[in-house]
Design a protein around this ligand. Structure first.
Ligand code: NDP
Length: 481
């Protein structure tokens, strides 16, 4: 029998008001994994009401220390169930189990531990004048709406939930309807560790129904959204019309910039990881590899060879490098970009086709990792977000050329720069129009640093004190002496 996942509202695990459900289909086998409630504005209103009641109840009296201890307890439980939750995440997303068990779930644990510690250390401003003193209080916003995408479901939900609870808010969360399972596990764990009912409410459903209702609800004071740029524009518009605080972490078309003075072997390895982690479905993925002319041919040959040897297949197999894409529809979108690349004059160096994996995996949304050369750097394939296992590779002349190409897209999330010249590393990092630059590495994360992008990649920063500040309101008190 198919499991029916519930919403969690006011501590009750319950179906949608309509009684309707949506199928959650496996992108690995095509079978139905579970159903979720198809919630609408009435469920969101129930959740917002529960969240309001909770913020006026015992939760308001919890000390910072109590909230931090609760976050640590959540981390402990996720850690103790790591393999089980990683298996759930892998089944729900199609990503390799090994990736979920070494990245997604450990990072969810780290998020809860980090924000438990960060909020214990957090302090606010004090400013002395000749005849007055100012001190700044930080207060919860009230209820915050958390809207998260399908690529890193628990990782991104925990990234928002932990600081949000640390600062004493209540939550109405909506995960992507195609990856609902780990959010339900988190709701159960929060219940288990004794979070008061109504502090964390989970509403499953469709973006334009449940998601939109969260952004519109008058009692939800802020929205933290991670997702696509076009959805972000709708969310941003709806929230700002209602004067809500909003954080938007959106798409990317990130450059991996490889100079001829780099350690080529390490750069190839880094570019492969940046290009294809999670089947290329990470907003930070380096989907454009820019290589300096002097090493272009050598680098390309080594890169293509490495990519063509990556194993695609059963996400449960520990040797699998790439699992299934998130859905069959998404694979078709990615394949349409491969076809477009050919029309635009690109050469498919490797990949671009579906692997033959045998039953039952032949029913899955698998695609071989793809490298495309010969495209104009301003072509659609080289500038639009594909969000799949497709990387374009381009030569450049010098630093100025590299920066010009890297900056020529509408996005500005992240970049990686590969060079052994320290001066060049600083110059290029400073010149790139992005929110985050890695030099000689990719996706190395210190949870204290600002995370977010510029241009069409988003508005605002999360991470460390940026998250604690986003999820609270400062109130200055000035006392005349
Ligand atoms: P979407 O923008 O389609 O969806 C994100 C979330 O928003 C989902 O929960 C979705 O629900 C919901 N949603 C959709 N429409 C609305 C609406 N009108 N109001 C409120 N919520 C709505 O993104 P994807 O899930 O497809 O995720 C992929 C995208 O996320 C990529 O573009 C990627 O770059 C970006 N991303 C950015 C990151 C960053 O930190 N910058 C990190 C990870 C991903 P539903 O699923 O039901 O449509």
């Amino acid at each position: 029998m198919t499991t029916a996942l519930p919403n969690c509202i006011a501590g009750n695990f319950q179906p949608a008001r309509t009684g309707e459900t949506l199928d959650n289909v496996s992108s690995v086998t095509g079978g139905v994994l579970c159903t979720i409630p198809r919630s609408d504005a009435r469920d969101v209103a129930d959740a917002a009401e529960a969240a309001k009641a909770a913020r006026e109840g015992e939760w308001a009296r919890w000390s910072v220390g109590q909230r931090a201890d609760l976050l640590d307890a959540v981390a402990d439980i996720i850690e103790s169930r790591l393999e089980e939750i990683a298996a759930i995440e892998s089944r729900d997303t199609g990503k390799p189990f090994r990736l979920a068990a070494t990245v997604d779930i450990p990072r969810a644990v780290a998020n809860f531990r980090f924000f438990a510690s960060a909020v214990r250390q957090h302090h606010d401003g004090f400013h002395e004048m000749a005849d007055a003193i100012n001190y700044t209080l930080r207060r919860p916003i009230g209820t915050v709406g958390l809207i998260t995408p399908w690529n890193l479901p628990l990782y991104l939900l925990s990234w928002k939930t932990a600081p949000e609870l640390a600062m004493g808010n209540t939550i109405v969360a909506k995960p992507s309807e195609i990856t609902p399972m780990s959010a339900t596990v988190l709701a159960e764990i929060l219940h288990e560790v004794g979070l008061p009912p109504g502090v964390f409410n989970l509403v499953h459903g469709l973006g334009h129904e449940a998601g939109q209702a969260i952004v519109e609800h008058p009692d939800i004071g802020a929205i933290s959204f991670t997702g696509g740029t076009s959805t972000g524009a709708i969310v941003g518009r709806t929230a700002s019309e209602r004067f809500k605080k909003v954080s938007l972490e959106l798409g990317g078309k990130n450059a991996t910039v490889v100079f001829d003075d780099c350690d080529v072997e390490k750069a190839v390895e880094g570019a492969v990881r940046a290009g294809f982690a999670n089947q290329g479905q990470v907003c930070l993925c380096g989907s454009r590899v820019l290589v300096q002319e002097g090493i272009y041919d050598r680098f390309k040959a080594a890169f293509v060879e490495r990519v063509s040897n990556m194993s695609v297949g059963d996400p449960a197999d520990p040797d699998t490098s790439l699992g299934a894409l998130i859905s069959h529809g998404h694979r078709e979108k990615v394949e349409a970009f491969v076809a477009l690349a050919k029309e635009e004059g690109g050469t498919i160096e490797t990949g671009g086709t579906r692997p033959q994996l045998g039953a039952p995996l032949d029913a899955g949304a698998f695609l071989r990792p793809t490298v495309i050369s010969g495209l104009n750097t301003s072509s659609r394939t080289a500038t639009e977000e594909i969000f799949g296992p497709v990387v374009t590779i381009h030569p450049f002349k010098d630093e100025a050329d590299a920066v010009r190409i890297a900056n020529c897209v509408e996005y500005g999330l992240a970049a990686s720069v590969w060079t052994q010249n320290l001066g060049r590393a600083h110059r290029v990092s400073a010149a790139l129009d992005v929110g985050m630059v890695w030099v000689n590495t990719w996706l190395m994360r210190d949870l204290r640093v600002p995370f977010g992008g510029v241009k069409a990649s988003g508005v605002g920063r999360e991470g460390g004190h940026h998250s604690l500040e986003f999820f609270s309101e400062p109130k200055n008190v000035c006392i005349k002496l």
